[in-house]
Design a protein around this ligand. Structure first.
Ligand SMILES: Cc1ncc(COP(=O)(O)O)c(C=O)c1O
Length: 390
């Protein structure tokens, strides 16, 4: 076969977080004792009332197609979430619902990018952003950030990254893989830059918004700078905040033309998001939210355990993540021994801990730890990392 796969698919690589998770699983199945801190998924049980809602929907026979962009009830629940949790007042006509936040991002880029269009993405970045942009034919323009500046870019660096070809700026706060948040002061500066470049759209991925540990409220660009709202697509969902990763529900709120374009694409792709999952997501958003305070307390304790443990290991350092459930660890002093962080990741796997190398996220010389795991396992993982590097 002379042309086995398309040019578009040749431009992208498989997800390295999924690859490491699969590798760890395969080793576990062969009897190896592996603590897997590679996957981005809360280990908490899905709230019981959400599971009950899914069962009720099944019993009520809600097993048929729904509207492409979600049921009216689902969109209303998403609108409630945007207003209550993100401070964005948006009509249901400007909301669409997809099979996870990932699909919404995929559709947004596929619907808008042409070859040569540039997308500015702060790095380290979530693994899927650059791959989706490249698949859609766009060019990734990295906006490098580092631990010393709290993984935040400056307005000057953003201005320098924008060209006449820039179509999108991507913002992700709290961020995967750094846990960094963008304060209002930075977002105001971003808005000032954007006002000088009216061709630039913003994809603000706020999927981790309910998981912030600073006590500060979440801030997002569309709420802070409403005059820019007609070019901001705000992504959210229930995967991370409500432990519903497997049900695959995510949403997007933005300008009507873009929402219509995304639904046009979805109509020929997956069609509607799963009907039962929509019923569960409605219950998740309309039901009690008080469990979140408990989850935040528990995530915060785990974060503190991992940060203290990692920073006590010679040659490793990590800043304190403000949100999400990841720590980005710098291992530069160990690079002379390992050569690159992929080799370091394999070495740690040999010592019973699965993490993901920083280079998978557009970073370097380190690794990401997901601390969505019980405290005893986290303590043991940190001990193994220390022993592996001693
Ligand atoms: C930053 C970020 N955005 C979006 C997603 C997609 O979430 P889902 O498609 O599971 O809703 C993830 C999942 O890992 C993520 O880390």
């Amino acid at each position: 076969m002379s042309k086995p796969i398309s040019a578009a698919l040749s431009r992208i690589s498989p997800s390295q977080t999924a690859a490491m998770t699969d590798r760890a699983l395969a080793l576990k199945e062969r009897g190896r004792d592996i603590i897997s801190l590679s996957v981005g998924e809360p280990d908490f049980q899905t709230p019981a009332h959400v599971i009950e809602a899914a069962k009720r929907a099944l019993d009520a026979g809600q097993t048929k197609y729904t509207a492409i962009g979600g049921t009216a009830r689902m969109k209303a629940a998403a609108a409630l979430h945007y207003a209550r949790d993100l401070g964005i007042e948006v009509p249901v006509s400007q909301i669409t619902v997809s099979a996870g936040g990932k699909q919404a991002i995929f559709h947004a880029f596929l619907a808008t990018l042409d070859p040569g269009d540039e997308v500015v993405i702060p790095s380290p970045w979530w693994v899927s952003y650059p791959e989706i942009v490249r698949f859609a034919g766009g060019t990734v323009v990295p906006l490098e950030t580092g631990a010393a500046a709290g993984f935040r870019f400056t307005a000057e660096a953003l201005e320098a990254a924008i060209t006449p070809k820039t179509r999108w700026l991507l913002l992700n706060s709290p961020g995967n893989p750094t846990g960094a948040t963008y304060p209002a002061a930075l977002l105001r500066q971003v808005a000032d830059v954007l006002r000088c470049h009216p061709q630039v759209l913003v994809l603000s991925d706020d999927i981790y918004a309910p998981l912030i540990y600073t006590g500060e409220p979440h801030v997002t660009l569309a709420a802070l700078e409403p005059d820019l709202a007609d070019r901001i697509l705000t992504i959210s969902g229930v995967s991370k905040s409500h432990a519903l990763t497997g049900l695959r529900i995510g949403f997007a709120a933005g300008p009507a033309w873009l929402i219509a374009a995304m639904e046009k694409l979805q109509s020929h792709n997956s069609g509607n998001p799963a009907s039962i999952s929509q019923a569960a997501a409605v219950a998740a958003l309309e039901g009690p939210q008080d469990f979140l305070a408990d989850w935040r307390t528990r995530f915060r304790a785990r974060r503190d355990l991992v940060v203290a443990g990692i920073n006590a290991i010679p040659g490793l350092s990590t800043p304190v993540p403000e949100g999400a459930f990841y720590c980005m660890v710098d291992a530069t002093p160990h690079m002379a021994r390992f050569g690159d962080d992929g080799t370091l990741a394999m070495h740690l796997l040999d010592h019973g801990v699965a993490i993901v190398q920083a280079s998978a996220f557009g970073g370097r010389d380190g690794f990401r730890i997901s601390f969505a795991m019980d405290e005893a396992s986290l303590a043991e993982a940190v001990r193994r990392i220390g022993a592996a590097l001693a």
